[in-house]
Design a protein around this ligand. Sequence first.
Ligand code: FAD
Length: 368
Amino acid sequence: MPEPLAGARELVDDLVGDRAAEWDRSGEIPDEVLRTLAARGLLCAGVPTDFGGLGATSAANGEFTAYVGSRCSSLRSVMTSQGMAAWAIQRLGGPRQHAMYLPELAGGRLAAVAFSEAEAGSDLSAMTTTIEPDGDAVVVRGRKVWTTAAHYADVIVVVGRYGSGAAAVVVPLSAPGVTVRRVPLPSGCRAAGHADVRLDEVRLPADAVLGGGQPLMLLVTTALAYGRISVAWGCVGILRACLDAARRHARDRRQFGEPLARHQLVGRHLANLLTAEQIATRVCEHASRGWDSGSPDMVIATVLAKQVSAAQAAQGAATAVQVLGSAAAHEGHVVERAFRDAKLMELIEGSTEICQLILADHAVSMAA
Ligand code: FAD
């Protein structure tokens, strides 16, 4: 059987080349790059082959996500959004919706996922967006913020209140009442197409609703699981890029008559970076094994992977800047981008603190 991701890294190399810094500065990934990867199913490679996807395992998709993340965190962010939208449809939708939406996402249409609102960040239970049945239609009203990839997307999976529970709804950007406004000058992942989304009386067919009536936090946890494993692997990529840049620099740059790497305090930075990369890789591999075997521990292993990898990436990128000194003090340098991008990974898909609260609850329930 052919390996589903054969040739994928080479295609990414061709498409990204040395342009990640340019995209970071302009805040824009060329449409052709996103459409080429999307049409090959590579932005959501875990979609099963039955629905026109590549059917990659979580482990293989994770390694590919890390590779993309090592080249361009903005592109990896778009990939995370696409994969999370496909996962939400797969987990929350019925057979008709699988057949309707998944082949489209695996075949080139771009998607984003909107949970957050101005007053509902870490506390998503405060969300006020509503999805209301109206005859054989539904009407969506609300304001979403910071939706990654919304600037590029054809559809947005919007989470909102539905009766006494919650639902997700697939909203085409072309629907009347949808307005997308870009977040100006984000500090990192600048070309990931973050945008605020207004939904003014958006009328959609009722079969656009996924998972109607589920408890809000259950629905959110289901959809976020993919985002968390994807971001965790993306952080592995950030660490690999930083380790690569730092070790090259420490080998080539001489001070006090010796390569930097020979100075033991610099050597300690390299050891810390290697350790960070290895720790992040191992927790991600562990979580992906859970996904691939359908382990009941998969959800908590994913939270652990996200929390550990994001913290390691933020610390590791700062360490890499220290090793490179002024060489990394240029906007767009791979390590300088990593420093900005990695910090944001500690805020999203459940901040470090929110992940720690989930892990603390888990620890308490284990002891019971
Ligand atoms: P707040 O919730 O205000 O938190 C601020 C700080 O307080 C954080 O450190 C947080 O950990 C801490 N805190 C909050 N509550 C507690 C608590 N109970 N205990 C301890 N500490 C606490 N949203 C989407 O829906 N879709 C997206 O695609 C998306 N992409 C994003 C991309 C980027 C780059 C960014 C920056 C944000 C994105 N978001 C997205 C929004 C993101 O999910 C939220 O920013 C995140 O949930 C945190 O919410 P907040 O920024 O409102 O911070």
